[in-house]
Design a protein around this ligand. Structure first.
Ligand code: ATP
Length: 502
């Protein structure tokens, strides 16, 4: 009989979060009707709204709260030469290995890192350190045989088959390609962009000239990116089609570290302002820098499966713009009248970028807000209440309005309240079901406020206002509702915190 695998509390929590996301219309497996498409997901009615809210707050925090940042929206398809210039055609590869028994494919660095983590857990810190250093050296030299031998000598086994029966290590390009136009063939080969950043680099001059911006200034963008990820697991953490929110900040060479440090702080503030517990966020400096970068750091979040990258902040020198200048044979230079030395007035700007996945942020927010609270119900029995403790400003629905009964003029009065609120907030009107059940359903999707209209409302224009986190119910005047709701659900609360003005 197959042995039942015991889940750790964290694994169990993650499984509960995934089930919750599906059961309450946040995230569905793509093409589920046809047994699904691996590592591709659809957002349901509440997920789409939550994701839109996250994108909106990022966009506003970038473009509205920074006078020196503008936003663009570039196309997914780009000239194929762009991906040669950026290095993606030649370098966007990960060394992979397949287990011959389970047929499961792994990213080599991930496989070895798992072993390193296991050694650390067993407190074999020196061994872990040594293995990490050896792996890094092989990766840097692209020594595939060395990596293969390391996996074999360390007896790293496949988690499915439990065997060490491995293929050799191979390189795998992560870009999806297709053909443009009617004729198929290499000449018409075009890529689905693996990152949004290149759309910003190739528009640098267009934006700089038409906006009249002086350096330093930034360009922000939100858009889809595609990567043929091999090890696609952990739900929406690693997807093949995902969305990025990136900002490239263009600076004068030699001033990049100031910008880098300031963006590190701003981006951390942003995540905290969304309500993420600061203890679950940390910086992780890159020790292996890409050849063109002079500093790089990840902001990691403690997902139920451990601390993992949520956002990257990179100082990329003038690498990308120089590459596009070379490959396009068009000058990409900025004239800086502020520089006194005439020989140094024309230069290719340096770039500091911040890059976060909208879906990965969504997952972090979901994990952070999923709350199981033990309490005593009306009958005196112990009960677990599940709710999403979302920052009210990003909740899919801000206020739900219910008539206590579906008669006696209560629905009409409730619709009046609904009409009053819906122009300013995502509001839901529901005239079916028991009030208690409706409250529970709203808890599950993180609605901060529920308003119930009863017979007393018809007499004195007061309603019951129920708050999600405390479940407190208070009686308030209908005319006071907009002010009360506004105080908590306004996006301004987040923007003020990002700017340190809270
Ligand atoms: P990883 O090491 O996790 O593969 P990366 O270093 O390749 O990530 P970047 O290229 O720096 O990631 O991309 C910036 C951000 O885009 C990441 O911090 C992450 O939030 C998001 N991202 C990258 N790849 C994916 C993916 N496959 N699915 C979802 N989000 C992604």
């Amino acid at each position: 009989m197959a042995k039942k695998i015991e889940l750790t509390p964290e694994q169990k929590r993650f499984e509960d979060i995934i089930s919750h996301a599906k059961a309450y219309g946040f995230v569905f497996q793509s093409s589920e009707l046809y047994d699904g498409l691996q590592a591709v997901y659809d957002y349901g009615q509440n997920g789409a709204q939550l994701k839109n809210n996250l994108k909106q707050v990022w966009w506003r925090a970038m473009t509205q709260m920074n006078e020196d940042i503008v936003g663009i929206d570039s196309a997914i398809f780009m000239h194929p030469e762009i991906w040669k210039a950026s290095g993606h055609v030649d370098n966007f590869n990960d060394p992979m290995i397949d287990n011959k028994d389970s047929k499961k494919r792994y990213r080599v660095d991930h496989l070895i890192e798992k072993k390193i983590d296991a050694l650390k857990t067993e407190n074999k810190l020196e061994e872990a350190e040594k293995l990490n250093a050896t792996m890094d050296a092989f990766l840097a030299k692209e020594d595939f045989e060395g990596l293969y031998n390391l996996i074999v000598t360390e007896k790293i086994a496949c988690e499915v088959s439990n065997t060490c029966n491995w293929t050799e290590v191979r390189q795998f390009n992560l870009m999806f390609s297709t053909e443009m136009g009617a004729v198929a063939g290499e000449d018409n080969k075009i890529y689905l962009r693996p990152e949004t950043a290149q759309g910003i680099f190739v528009n640098f001059l267009n934006v700089q000239k038409t906006s009249g911006r002086k350096i330093p200034f930034g360009i922000a963008q939100i858009g889809k990116a595609f990567r043929n990820e091999i090890v696609a697991r952990q739900f929406i953490f690693r997807m093949r089609e995902f969305e990025q929110m990136e900002m490239q900040y263009f600076v004068r060479p030699s001033t990049e570290m100031d910008a880098y440090n300031s963006w590190k702080t701003k981006r951390m503030n942003f995540l905290k302002a969304l309500g993420i517990n600061p203890d679950k966020l940390r910086f992780h400096d890159h020790t292996k820098l890409a050849h063109y970068a002079n500093a790089a750091v990840d902001i990691e979040y403690e997902f139920p499966f451990g601390f993992k990258e949520l956002e990257g902040i990179h100082s990329r020198t003038d690498f990308d713009l120089s590459q596009h200048q070379k490959h396009s044979r068009n000058k990409i230079q900025y004239f800086d009248e502020q520089v006194e030395d005439k020989d140094k007035q024309r230069y290719i700007p340096y770039v500091v970028e911040t890059s976060i996945g909208a879906d990965r942020l969504f997952l972090a927010i979901l994990c952070e807000s999923y709350t199981e609270a033990k309490g005593i119900d009306a009958k005196g029995e112990e009960k677990t209440r599940i709710f999403l403790k979302l920052h009210p400003a990003i909740a899919p629905i801000k206020v739900a309005v219910f008539p206590l009964l579906n008669k006696d003029g209560l629905p009409e009065k409730a619709r009046e309240v609904f009409e009053m609120l819906r122009y300013d907030y995502e509001t839901l009107y529901e005239n079916r079901g028991a009030i208690g059940k409706n409250y529970t359903r709203m808890d599950m999707i993180g609605t901060p406020y529920c308003v119930t209209i009863d017979h007393q409302t018809l007499e004195d224009n007061t309603v019951t206002l129920r708050e999600r986190d405390t479940t407190d119910q208070i009686r308030v005047l209908i005319s006071d509702l907009p002010k009360i709701v506004e105080e908590r659900v306004s996006l301004k609360n987040i923007l003020l915190m990002v700017n340190g003005k809270w």
